[in-house]
Design a protein around this ligand. Structure first.
Ligand code: SF4
Length: 509
């Protein structure tokens, strides 16, 4: 455990995230009130600005246990909280905010001490494309955006290029959609063939829950009735059925659910209807035909890796050959927009495995590819299972060397996607993401998932139905309010009226 002492309770989330990004698997704790005998990996002092003295500067110092020091000044109270460019130890033309000064001081000290730099610099947020987007909106050129991201956040050239490219592509894709006045619909199906060991979603094995699926759909229909009543006159732009694995539903259940959506809602403005068909072991020709009949325009068939032994290790319970059969079947049924998800940093996998996966995926030629970075936390179910296998000598690569995504793997995936004719169109980061990288969606021209951009950039209200889903109301001007549906499927079904009531309150604010 690395303890960080800070003299105020400001910016604790950013401080914690930045130390975690450098220290990886180490636990990090930020402390403001130390015990007498405690020792600290880092001590941070934030001196506030004296508001009655207009020439006063704020100051941040970071001292690490190995003697490394870093110091930054700031003047944010006089700058209305506008972040801008500063240089270490000097008063700048445009002063920093205290938050930027804290992040710069920590980042500089940790770079010196560890000899490491992070691809996203000191950015701790999950939507780095937002920065580029805001600057594009202000009319800044790519060069000006690059300079700003470098000076303020120390982002690498490669990631600056990626986020600027994506921000411009997103703007182009959304340019004809009146997203603030429309809405999108998310429908969650919380059932899967089996539960993958790394799963962090709401998921119940379908085998043990088959008997409640029809009642679950009845609850979704109640929520759809609410949407039909309350969103009259608004354009429904995209529909996304996710989970879970929606293709655990039987063909007649798929038709029932999507038929209800089509009957009750005005779908004349819908630009995309996605159904995640993630697990190949849940896909049948009849289900594909049912989805096609109901107007599904985009599906995902997810390999995660093209190595059978890794699939077994992470509890996916399907084979690569099943994946290939399902993908080909979807093409035969007429699907011309198929997404695939892969994960980098899977246990036991090396850069060569990623290269192999990309080569095999290239043969299938998907229209859209999402590259995720997996973070396996100590103590998680997957970690424990893999650790046990390592103890038995069943791993080809030691666990600690293999649970991190690397720059080489990211490069292989990036180059591989471009070689398939796919270009990046959205990205997001997660807390504790492996290698401090990002998840990136790539797609062919005209095949990018619009819903993915809308939800990721938080520019449109998304009404979410089903257990464990989160509805977001986007007001514009940066204001966003949320309401949750409970995760537990039985609780959701027993309290469906309350779930609807929560939405009513949110949309009547
Ligand atoms: S398929 Fe996805 S949602 Fe289902 S158990 Fe696996 S990771 Fe979780």
């Amino acid at each position: 455990m690395k303890k960080i002492l800070v003299n105020t309770d400001k910016h604790q989330y950013d401080i914690h995230s930045l130390f975690k990004a450098f220290l990886g698997n180490e636990d990090v704790k930020v402390i403001t009130e130390p015990n007498d005998d405690e020792s600290f990996y880092a001590v941070i002092e934030i001196k506030s600005v004296n508001k009655s003295d207009l020439s006063d500067e704020g100051n941040v110092t970071v001292r690490l246990e190995d003697g490394t020091e870093s110091e930054y000044k700031y003047l944010d109270e006089f700058n209305n909280g506008q972040s801008s460019i500063s240089t270490n130890g000097e008063k700048a033309d445009k002063p920093d905010t205290s938050k930027n000064a804290v992040k710069k001081a920590i980042y500089t000290a940790l770079c010196k001490s560890t000899g490491k730099e992070l691809p996203w610099g000191n950015l701790t947020g999950i939507r780095p494309t937002r920065i580029a987007m805001n600057l594009i909106d202000k009319g800044q050129s790519d060069e000006e955006i690059a300079q700003y991201m470098k000076d303020t956040y120390f982002v690498s050239d490669e990631k600056i290029k990626l986020s600027t490219f994506i921000a411009r592509r997103e703007k182009e894709i959304l340019k004809n959609i009146d997203y603030l006045n429309g809405y999108s619909l998310y429908i969650g199906i919380p059932f899967c063939p089996t539960t993958c060991l790394y799963c962090s979603f709401t998921s119940y094995p379908i085998g043990a829950h088959k008997n409640i699926v029809d009642d679950y759909i009845s609850c979704l229909e109640k929520e759809i009735d609410y949407v039909a009543e309350n969103f009259k006159g608004k354009t429904l732009d995209t529909i996304y059925v996710g989970g879970g694995t929606p293709t655990t539903l039987e063909p007649h259940q798929i038709e029932r659910l999507l038929g209800y959506v089509r009957d009750k809602l005005d779908i004349s403005g819908v630009k995309e209807l996605t159904v995640e068909s993630g697990r190949p072991d849940s896909i049948t020709r009849e289900k594909l035909a049912a989805m096609k009949k109901m107007g599904v325009s985009r599906i995902s068939v997810n390999p995660q890796t093209m190595r059978d032994e890794t699939l077994k290790l992470i509890g996916r319970r399907h084979t690569v050959s099943q994946l290939i059969d399902s993908f080909n079947m979807a093409r035969e049924e007429g699907f011309d927009n198929i997404n695939m998800d892969i994960i980098l940093g899977l246990p036991g996998e090396t850069a060569d495995d990623v290269r192999y996966t990309m080569e095999e995926i290239r043969k299938l030629s998907p229209d859209d590819l999402t590259v995720h970075s997996l973070a396996i936390k100590r103590g998680s179910k997957l970690y424990e299972v893999i650790h046990e296998k390592e103890m038995k000598g069943e791993l080809k690569v030691p666990l600690f060397e293999s649970i991190n995504n690397t720059e080489e793997m990211m490069r292989i995936a990036y180059d591989g996607a471009l070689e398939m004719g796919l270009e990046p169109y959205y990205l997001y980061r997660q807390k504790n993401i492996s290698g401090n990288f990002e998840n990136t969606g790539y797609a062919r021209k005209g095949k990018a998932g619009i819903y993915n951009i809308l939800i990721n950039e938080e520019v449109q209200s998304i009404v979410a139905l089903g257990a464990g889903t989160v509805t977001k109301r986007v007001f514009g001007g940066g204001r966003i309010e949320r309401c949750d549906n409970v995760k537990d499927v039985a609780l959701y079904m027993n309290n469906i009226d309350e779930m609807i009531e929560r939405k009513k309150i949110l949309f009547n604010l």
